[in-house]
Write a protein that binds this ligand. Structure first.
Ligand SMILES: [Zn+2]
Length: 208
């Protein structure tokens, strides 16, 4: 992930065509995603700003965070956003055998209890075997088109905003985090992203 580009190259998308990298559309639609929550303070703040712009998004939640903050998790659902799976303990696919990896996903899915079987691998790390197994079990593996790098402390708030503004286009899946670590950059960039693209006639939709 340290070397991941802001914009996922077409060649990477073609190497893993069974994963979802963006949504094929010519309509002015964007797909915001928030990983690693739910998190006290930050998740509710995120929900409030999304509501202000009538924006829907997808929250890839960590199972243990759902357990710790069930009220925040309910707020996400209440507001009509989609909820996806980000494993029970935010584990690294490349360091975990496939059986344990699938168990982690299934445990989180029981907490999520959603008919949508959306899964995003933490750190973007998932082995071909793990990916294949999860797809067989009915999950969609959701990757991304644009990384905001909101979590990266060496990246300024302005740069985080520019990453999203300059690289997003119709159908882009965009990664933010509703985590403490990412909050400084995310809380700066997100309102401006919502404002910028809303003015251009874009709508923000959740994944299905
Ligand atoms: Zn994560």
């Amino acid at each position: 992930m340290k070397i991941a580009p802001v914009k996922t190259p077409v060649v990477a998308k073609k190497m893993f065509p069974n994963y979802v990298w963006d949504i094929a559309t010519t309509s002015k639609e964007l797909y915001l995603t928030f990983d690693d929550g739910p998190t006290p303070e930050i998740t509710n703040w995120t929900l409030d700003i999304l509501k202000k712009y009538n924006a829907k998004a997808t929250f890839f939640c960590i199972g243990t965070n759902i357990k710790k903050h069930p009220d925040l998790f309910k707020n996400i659902i209440r507001d009509g956003h989609a909820v996806g799976n980000h494993t029970q303990n935010h584990i690294k696919g490349w360091k975990t055998n496939s059986i344990d990896y699938v168990k982690e996903v299934e445990e989180a899915q029981r907490a999520i209890n959603s008919k949508l079987n959306l899964f995003r691998p933490p750190y973007g790390q998932i082995s071909p075997k793990q990916g294949k197994k999860l797809i067989e079990l009915g999950y969609q593996i959701i990757m991304w088109d644009v990384l905001s790098f909101d979590w990266e402390k060496n990246i300024s708030e302005e740069k985080c905003l520019e990453n999203v503004i300059s690289k997003s286009k119709a159908g882009s899946i965009i990664v933010f985090h509703d985590s403490v670590k990412a909050s400084k950059n995310m809380m700066y960039a997100l309102p401006k992203v919502l404002e910028f693209f809303s003015e251009k006639g874009f709508v923000f939709k959740s994944l299905t």
